[in-house]
Design a protein around this ligand. Structure first.
Ligand SMILES: [Zn+2]
Length: 67
């Protein structure tokens, strides 16, 4: 692989960074919406993600307000 092609891939990665909310850790499929979201007390939310392509599931927790 030439250095030129490599930098193009880096550029593509950077430009895609803000589009999908998450990328499947197992197969790389882009995930846009959580399967399930749960609001916790103290201004945080828990999201359950499931990959359509391989079925991999994981959770993220987002903190919205600093205590
Ligand atoms: Zn996947």
């Amino acid at each position: 692989m030439s250095p030129h092609a490599r930098s193009e891939i880096d550029l593509l990665r950077r430009s895609m960074r803000y589009r999908p909310a998450h990328v499947c850790a197992q197969c790389g499929e882009a995930l846009y919406l959580p399967e399930f979201s749960e609001w916790l007390d103290t201004g945080s939310a828990r999201h359950l993600w499931q990959c359509d392509a391989c079925g991999y599931t994981f959770e993220t927790t987002v903190q919205f307000a600093a205590a």
